[in-house]
Design a protein around this ligand. Structure first.
Ligand SMILES: *Cc1c(COP(=O)(O)O)cnc(C)c1O
Length: 383
């Protein structure tokens, strides 16, 4: 009965997760070498990656790229603590775990903040942001998450940016799960800094975050940081001085990201990459709805990155069993992280196409039959 499990180009299970994600064989293949961190060959690749990402961001001439070793959160913490002065104050827009994380980072680093929180399925009201900024002169910066990966919601980043600019404050963006797939052109969306990482929509391997910085704003951040390793200003100045990293660079990650960027450009850049993900998302959502599942979000708030589905009310549905059976068939999905509803998530980013989504839907249908689940509607809708 058991057919061969689905697999990536390298025979691995398919990652239907928000990153790390399934990468191409070539992105992994380029790593089977060694490079000297102070050797010209690596220095050139590093510079090319920095220039290409600024170009993808639409910031050539105005913005610079400061890479940061570690996972995405290292880049986010570096961005927050380097851009928000010690006597500054942040307005944090929260509708999920990554907005909450910004507050935690401010707590650890002794930075003042206020939050404007909306439920996980609700974007912030942009006029309300304006009112909060009008009422509190002390707020110097605003932190916004582009796609809140907690739910998969897309926040109105362009409108937020316009409001923050109109009120004369600085915007810091966590675009980790959206950058490369969803439009955020630095010429249209005014921000001082935007953080993302190697292992999300650029489809590289994990190990490096980066911050796209408005150069004029970055130039004014000297002395803000309170951790040497996370000091973006120092990382930038040192890298500008000799094109090298201050401390050991994640060389293989950078070389691999260089390859991933070539593949990103071959796919047509953001419109191409975002188009494939949008199609993946549509195929997945249509197929799941046909089985009776319901999405947390209405389609107009759904980013084509990761989709939250309500847990079925059927008493035979157990997430652990569902997860394990899908894993055996070669599909790794993601647990829910919501506080508003019992749910699970399926990602549609990475080296995956429509065929993989159809395959996942077929596996889900088979697993539901094995589990004897007949009603996929969530409890609240069934009542
Ligand atoms: C993935 C992600 C991050 C970074 O998470 P790490 O686990 O540190 O890589 C930050 N913000 C958002 C919105 C993300 O999706």
């Amino acid at each position: 009965m058991a057919s061969k499990p689905a697999a990536s180009e390298t025979g691995d299970p398919l990652l239907l997760t928000p990153g790390p994600l399934t990468t191409s064989r070539t992105v992994k293949d380029v790593m089977v070498h060694d490079w000297g961190s102070r050797d010209q060959k690596f220095i050139d690749i590093n510079q090319a990656v920095r220039d290409e990402i600024v170009k993808i961001a639409g910031g050539t001439g105005t913005h610079v790229l400061v890479p940061m070793q570690g996972s995405g959160t290292f880049a986010v913490e570096a961005m927050i603590t380097s851009f928000l002065p010690r006597d500054g104050k942040m307005l944090i827009l929260v509708n999920g775990a990554y907005g909450q994380r910004c507050a935690k980072i401010c707590d650890y680093n002794d930075r003042a903040y206020v939050t404007y929180e909306t439920p996980e399925d609700t974007p912030p009201n942009v006029d309300e942001i304006g009112r909060i900024l009008d009422a509190d002169e002390g707020i110097s910066h605003v932190f916004a998450v582009h796609c809140e990966t907690t739910s998969g919601i897309v926040n109105p980043i362009k409108e937020i940016a316009s409001m923050v600019k109109a009120k004369g404050r600085s915007l810091l963006v966590d675009s980790m799960s959206a950058f490369g797939a969803m439009p955020i052109d630095a010429g249209e969306v005014y921000y001082d800094a935007l953080a993302a990482s190697s292992n999300k929509c650029l489809e590289g391997v994990p190990g490096m975050g980066f911050v796209v910085c408005r150069e004029s704003a970055l130039a004014g951040t000297k002395g803000n940081a309170n951790a040497l390793v996370l000091d973006l200003f120092d990382q930038w100045k040192a890298m500008e001085a000799n094109k090298q990293w201050r401390f050991t660079p994640p060389i293989h990650v950078i070389v691999s990201l260089h390859q991933a960027i070539q593949e990103f450009l071959e796919e047509g850049g953001q419109p191409g990459r975002g188009g494939r993900y949008a199609n993946n998302c549509k195929v997945l959502v249509d197929g799941m709805r046909a089985m009776g599942f319901e999405t947390l979000l209405p389609d107009h708030l759904q980013a084509p990155i990761i989709i939250t589905f309500h847990k079925p009310s059927d008493p035979n549905f157990h997430f652990e069993t569902f997860y394990n059976a899908l894993a055996e068939k070669g599909y790794l999905i993601y647990p829910g992280k919501l506080t508003v509803a019992d749910s699970f998530r399926i990602g549609c980013i990475g080296r995956l196409d429509e065929g993989h989504m159809e395959g996942a839907l077929g596996a889900i249908r088979d697993v539901l039959t094995e589990m004897n689940v007949t009603n996929c509607a969530p409890a609240q809708a069934a009542e």
